[in-house]
Design a protein around this ligand. Structure first.
Ligand code: COA
Length: 385
């Protein structure tokens, strides 16, 4: 199917001197032109004809090409890879012919790539670029990509690769009305989510690290590794209730939670006692407990009813660390659960824009909203009391 980034009468990306262009999916009869373009634009590490053919045939790759409306020689292409089982897309290659460069085509292709990745339920695009490729680096930075690290000796001549990433928010980013708060310690994700849920119901509430630590002290039981621990659902629900919210606990496993990662029997004993205290208090407050895994439908109805949900997420799926992590689900756009992730990974160049109002495709959310070997599913649904 042909899809245009610009009508034949209008230039790419609105530049007055830019050619009108059509971006479409590459076909097998584009192989010659792709090969020619590749040879003319890259000095080394080229994609071979054979690889292009494989990319064109692969379900996990998308090759887009750029041509004049109505056809004609190709003057740009880009390749996007979708690894199964991840929420990421990888920009494998992008090139604009020398004659057509500097006219906004690279940027238009990149925007289209991001659109395609978002449509295929990806939450971010990653890429690698030679450290000495200033035009491409400027293109990516200008489009909002963050530097996330390097790969030494990545290219055939030993050159280093810079790695970039961009979180996708779609063409119409969700705004949402729930205030965002970024956790200031690595163990206060739960309380930070609770603060955001509280701020939705209490607009004058001031969100600061003092409240964050207070809520953490009131809802924590977990010893993790050697440092201070995170929170569990009963403690969060009790703290929410004490601050005037209505809370409903959903937890798929009976008994004491999060003992797996704790080696010391003494610590396990302390955790069990603290959790027993929270359970008794939750019961005393009449906080409903649903002892099974919540479904996406449960979550969607809660959000439709104006509630928010603090949801346990696999930190491994989110940022590669095997720790439990809490996020606040607060929106539903018909295809995505919109979350605030209180963790802003500053070391990876993330900013608030990467963590607030993040649209997570339903299937991805369903997959990552569980923790540990047994796939513990836990959430606290919160609303006005
Ligand atoms: C990198 C490349 C794709 C850019 O495509 P392009 O169509 O020329 O880029 P655009 O005209 O859309 O420009 C978009 C931005 O890219 C940057 N850019 C493009 N050409 C640049 C140059 N020669 N020097 C510095 N920055 C440049 C600028 O930030 C520009 O924004 P601006 O015009 O507002 O300053 C193109 O130069 C290319 O194909 N290079 C060879 C292949 C390659 O290196 N691919 C990337 C591999 S990771």
């Amino acid at each position: 199917m042909l899809q245009t980034v610009a009508h034949s009468s209008s230039p790419v990306a609105g530049r007055p001197n830019a050619p009108a262009a059509t971006i479409r999916r590459a076909r097998p009869d584009d192989l010659d032109a792709l090969e020619t373009l590749e040879e003319a634009t890259f000095d080394g590490d080229r994609i071979s004809r054979r690889s292009f053919r494989a990319l064109l045939a692969s379900k996990s790759a998308l090759v887009l090409v750029c041509e004049a409306p109505g056809g004609g020689p190709l003057f740009a292409y880009a390749t996007l890879l979708f690894r199964t089982g991840t929420a990421l897309a990888r920009l494998y290659s992008i090139a604009v012919s020398r004659e057509s460069s500097g006219q906004g085509i690279g940027r238009a292709l990149l925007m289209r790539i991001e659109h395609e990745a978002y449509e295929r339920e990806r939450i971010a695009v990653r890429l690698e670029v030679r450290a000495d490729n200033a035009p491409a680096i400027a293109l990516y930075k200008g489009a909002g990509y963050r530097f996330i690290g390097t790969y030494q000796d990545y290219y055939a001549d030993g050159a280093e690769a810079l790695r970039f990433e961009k979180t996708l928010h779609g063409d119409h980013p969700a705004e949402g009305t729930v205030p965002f708060y970024a956790q200031t310690t690595d163990f206060t994700c739960g309380p930070s989510c609770l603060m955001m849920a509280m701020a939705k119901e209490m607009p004058n509430l001031s969100l600061d690290p003092v409240l964050e630590i207070r809520l953490w002290r009131e809802s924590t039981t977990i010893f993790m590794m050697s440092g201070p621990g995170g929170c569990e659902p009963f403690g969060l629900a009790v703290a929410a209730h004490e601050f005037g919210l209505s809370a409903e606990i959903h937890v798929s496993a009976p008994g004491t939670l999060f003992l797996d990662g704790v080696r010391s029997a003494q610590k396990q004993g302390v955790m069990a006692l603290a959790q027993e205290d929270f359970r008794r208090r939750a019961e005393g407050y009449g906080i409903p407990v649903v002892s099974k895994a919540f479904t996406l439908r449960d979550l969607k109805s809660a959000i439709a009813a104006g509630k928010t949900a603090i949801v346990l997420i696999s930190g491994y799926q989110m940022f590669g660390k095997k720790v439990p992590h809490w996020v606040l689900a607060h929106g539903d756009d018909g295809r995505h659960i919109v979350i605030h992730d209180p963790w802003i990974a500053e070391e990876r160049g993330e900013s608030r824009a990467d963590a607030a109002n993040l649209p997570i495709p339903y299937a991805t959310f369903d997959r990552i909203a569980r923790f540990g070997k047994v796939g513990l599913r836990a959430a606290v649904f919160l609303g006005r009391r």
